[in-house]
Structures are given as C-alpha cells and as structure tokens.
Design a protein around this ligand. Sequence first.
Ligand SMILES: [Zn+2]
Length: 207
Amino acid sequence: MEKLLQGLIKFRKNDFEVHRELFGKLSRSQNPHTLFIGCSDSRLVPNLITQTLPGELFVIRNIANIVPPYRNTQEYLATTAAIEYAVNVLEVQNIIVCGHSNCGGCKSLYSPDEELDTIPHTKKWLELAGNVKNRVLAEVTEDEKGKREWMTEQINVVEQLKHLLTYPFIRDKYTQQTLTIDGWYYIIETGEVYIYNKQNGVFELAN
Ligand SMILES: [Zn+2]
C-alpha cells in the first residue's frame, strides 16, 4: 500500500504537471475515440502499449476480454452497459478487443471442473468462451499445449468480435462504416501486437 501512496504523490508532482493543460481540458467532458476491451491481466496496460493519453481510450477490462452476446435483460450487466455507453453516448469511432499471451482466463477453459469450483463466478463467466475451446480442440492434439494456448487466445479474440456484432447498434454503425472493429493479440514478453486480418483470418504483426 505504501508503494501506491508514494505513487499518488509522485504522479501529482511529475506526470500530472506535464499534462496539466490536458487534464484541465478534460475536467468537464471526455471524447474518447476508441473503446478498448482487454483482459484484466495486470501485465496488459492499454495506455502504455498504445501510447495514448488520458481522454483517448474508454476501457473495459474483464477476465479473458470477453464480450457477452447481446441480450435484452433486466440483469446487471457491467460489460454490456459500458459497451452501450461507449458506442451510443460517447460515440467512439473504434472498438478494439485485445487478447494476450499466457492468458490465465483462456487457460482455465481447460481446467478440470473441480478446480474451478472455488471460483464459481469465474467459471460461469468463462462459459461465454465455451465455443472457443470446442473450436480449438477440433484442431489441435493433446500434446500440442503451446499451440493450443495461443490458438485459444487468438480464437477467443475473433469470437468476441463476432459477439460485438450481435449488438444491434454496433452492427448498424459497423455496416454504415462509422465504426471500426478490430482484434488484437498482445505478446507480453516481446511487446508485439498482432492484428487480426479479417480477409485472411490471420493475426499479423503491427509494424
Ligand atoms: Zn488474460
């Protein structure tokens, strides 16, 4: 905790001062250009990898960067509400779903049921990526663990892009080309981001 408190003071003295004018401009409104949907993993830092400033990214993070398929319901839906707000109120121009290497959420898809019994809400949440597991298992064998890992993480990103298009207001804007939708895959140990090419279905290095 001490580290965090020191950080607050250091931030105000240094980084805040550097961007004082920007924070002043942002004090009454935000106009982010991009909705960034990423995993909650501590090693993925959206503003750092995109070199963006406060006010640019509207960020949603959850386990395994999942987009629940659209449904009209009276439940409390944090991810769905944030997507709705970003697209319909803030009118972002881009949506990015960003997965990453060594994703614990994606790995848990293969955990034995009893291992997940102590984290029932996580287990339930990961059901939303159930299709991903089935698709991967149809293509890799049991001994190809490394391949299984990155395939799961990448196919999960593609699956969530599909889920985005189940939202009527997203589908409309995407069809009218007023909203872009992209899938990214971030590699923790190299800092590389691979971008999903919708034409050939391959993740290609951003450079
Ligand atoms: Zn993750």
